[in-house]
Design a protein around this ligand. Structure first.
Ligand SMILES: [Mg+2]
Ligand SMILES: [Zn+2]
Length: 188
């Protein structure tokens, strides 16, 4: 049977947005993010991180740095009974590196579609949560439900997307909205 998934952007959605973060020392959880991931786990969703990491193409850090960071994040999550099932990232950039026309960099849906093939995901009943218009566009292109958060670049990027896209305070509010159907009426 196909599984439902929650695709989650990383920087600005799970952790505090810092330009080209790659060291675990600099990793700062957005409050409630671990609880949100655990809620998705317990509700039976696959949790898949979908992240643009153009810092690789720009030479700021390597793919091994990203793997190391994700391994540290996984350890913290494990200690708190939460789990990310898969990490997908795009190391490319349109103006740097050897692949400038990839189909994985959001707003393209490539990473979501790759995860779909890997995990046999039911896209029509899945969600993508992020703080940027490019996250929302990737969601719509892949055929998953978009949810925008007001953390990271959310407040500015909100103006760039269709006002009907659900907009919630943060990842935990997104979990309450998706898992429990609770609205987040303070945000507009
Ligand atoms: Mg982001
Ligand atoms: Zn790419």
């Amino acid at each position: 049977m196909q599984r439902r998934a929650i695709f989650i952007d990383r920087d600005g959605t799970i952790n505090v947005e810092k330009n080209y973060l790659f060291k675990f020392e600099d990793w700062e959880w957005i409050p409630g993010a671990v609880d949100a991931i655990r809620m998705f786990n317990e509700a039976g969703f696959l949790v898949v991180v979908i992240s643009n990491q153009a810092g690789v193409a720009r030479g700021f850090y390597g793919a091994d740095d990203i793997e190391k960071l994700h391994a540290s994040v996984t350890r913290i999550l494990e200690s708190q009974n939460a789990k990310v099932d898969g990490y997908y990232y795009c190391p490319h950039h349109p103006e740097f590196g050897d692949n400038r026309e990839c189909d994985c960099r959001k707003p393209a849906p490539g990473m979501i579609l790759e995860a779909q093939r890997d995990w046999d995901i039911d896209l029509a009943h899945s969600y993508m949560i992020g703080d940027k218009a490019s996250d929302i566009e990737a969601a719509l292109a892949a055929g998953v439900h978009p949810v925008m958060v007001a953390t990271g670049y959310g407040p500015d990027e909100r103006k760039l997307i269709d006002s009907r896209v659900p907009y919630v305070a943060d990842l935990l509010a997104a979990a309450r909205f998706i898992v429990r159907g609770e609205c987040d009426p303070d945000i507009s």
